[in-house]
Write a protein that binds this ligand. Sequence first.
Ligand SMILES: [Zn+2]
Length: 75
Amino acid sequence: MSDFNISKTWISINCPKCDYSIDIQLRDAMIESTVYCHNCKISIKLLDGSASASRNIKSIENKLDELNRTLKNLF
Ligand SMILES: [Zn+2]
């Protein structure tokens, strides 16, 4: 049931070319969609095994920690 909320979570990735910060929804990463850098206009395939993908996973873990803390505060 929490999957729905997690998929709506916004995370930041960095453009592998110019390091510009790009906000995506976790859902986009899950379906491996392609996003565009607003700065240098390249397309970035999410979860493509590049360095940006591993940073991506770290961001997701941080968000999950935040979510856990939020849930603990609620109960
Ligand atoms: Zn860029």
